[in-house]
Write a protein that binds this ligand. Structure first.
Ligand SMILES: [Zn+2]
Ligand SMILES: [Zn+2]
Length: 344
């Protein structure tokens, strides 16, 4: 199998450079929302009931399930927020000499040719709508496939999906799994709250319970849980559809352009492989916000053709799905690309 060294290089980002003003407002509101549900819910589940053993046991079971979901919800949210987006490897950046040559050239067609020459050494398969090499003039790099510049983070992000103000982070290659799990556990959290308080709403409605303060908690919980459940349901459903077709949100709006033109299914490898590209190959880890399963999962490659756009990037006898070593990373506090650019 031919090696694909160029894409095996991923740059670590030691610190998050972007301003976080948008999410600074969302963080507390999200925390407040979580707390507003997390505090009254156990109280609601312990609403005064006749001291029967069976009811006590049921209440305890409710509380245990509630806290398991709550921990997963907070854990995935934390990982979505504090996992740094990954930038392209250094080899995608222009060298000093190339940069000087590019900037001193005033003729656009010659500039394009310079980019083509640089990109010959790189495994880039997608182009702009007019057939040019995808180049970020702010980061001064050739964009790898599926990489986009985020104006909020002020950097190019690998497999960028979108910049999410709710997690105050770019959702992309490094944290897309965590983001999806966050949506899923948020849904589950809201659904569980709504389901467990609903019978108490009925009891208040029929005057079986008379505690006025608990009545407010119950109604508030039901309202907030249903409101968020409905809005998250559509978002989660949309992302499930995207994952099943191996598309990012940006690619859903604008199909990636290949040698033969735009192809919205250019990265579609089939349902199972598409899932593996996001969740990893270890199925037992799919529902946990850890990324141990991700290394080795190719994500940029097409199923169809697999023909390089540029003659210099040709890979004779290439397998349709070469395996690309991917980085292992930790949290925002110490994100390290342990493996990434270790290739030649
Ligand atoms: Zn950029
Ligand atoms: Zn961003």
């Amino acid at each position: 199998m031919p090696s694909v060294p160029a894409l095996s290089g991923w740059a670590a980002q030691p610190e998050c450079p972007q301003p976080r003003s948008t999410g600074q407002a969302c963080g507390p509101s999200m925390g407040g929302l979580t707390g507003s549900a997390a505090w009254p819910q156990p109280r609601v589940l312990c609403i005064p009931a006749p001291p029967q053993k069976s009811r006590k046991g049921t209440g305890m079971a409710y509380l245990i399930v509630f806290h398991v979901i709550f921990v997963l919800f907070v854990w995935t949210y934390w990982k979505s927020v504090f996992t740094l987006p990954l930038q392209p490897d250094k080899k995608f950046h222009m060298s000093y000499a190339d940069k000087e040559r590019y900037e001193n050239e005033e003729r656009p067609e010659v500039q394009r040719q310079i980019l083509v020459e640089i990109a010959r050494k790189l495994p880039v398969y997608t182009r702009t709508g007019n057939g040019a090499i995808r180049f970020c003039d702010r980061c001064q790099l050739i964009k790898p496939d599926r990489c986009h510049h985020c104006s909020v983070c002020a950097m190019c992000v690998l497999k960028m999906d979108h910049h999410c103000p709710w997690v105050n982070n770019c959702v992309g290659f490094s944290n897309y799994k965590f983001f999806l799990l966050f949506l899923m556990y948020s849904l589950l959290y809201c659904m569980y709250i709504a389901a467990t308080v609903f019978k108490y709403v009925i009891k208040y409605w029929t005057d079986e319970l008379t505690n006025g303060r608990s009545k407010f908690h119950v109604l508030f919980l039901l309202f907030v849980a249903l409101m968020f459940f409905l809005s998250l349901m559509f978002l989660f459903g949309y992302h499930c559809w995207l994952v099943s077709r191996n598309r990012s949100t940006l690619e859903a709006f604008s199909a990636p352009v290949f040698q033969n033109g735009p192809d919205k299914n250019g990265f579609n490898l089939g349902f199972v492989k598409n899932l593996q590209q996001v969740f990893g190959e270890e199925k037992k880890l799919w529902l946990l916000p850890i990324c141990a399963a991700l290394p080795g999962c190719p994500y940029t490659w097409r199923r169809k053709g697999d023909v390089p756009l540029l003659p210099g990037a040709a890979r004779s006898g290439a397998s349709p799905q070469p395996r690309i070593p991917l980085p292992r990373w930790s949290s925002r506090a110490g994100l390290k690309c342990l493996d990434a650019a270790s290739g030649p």
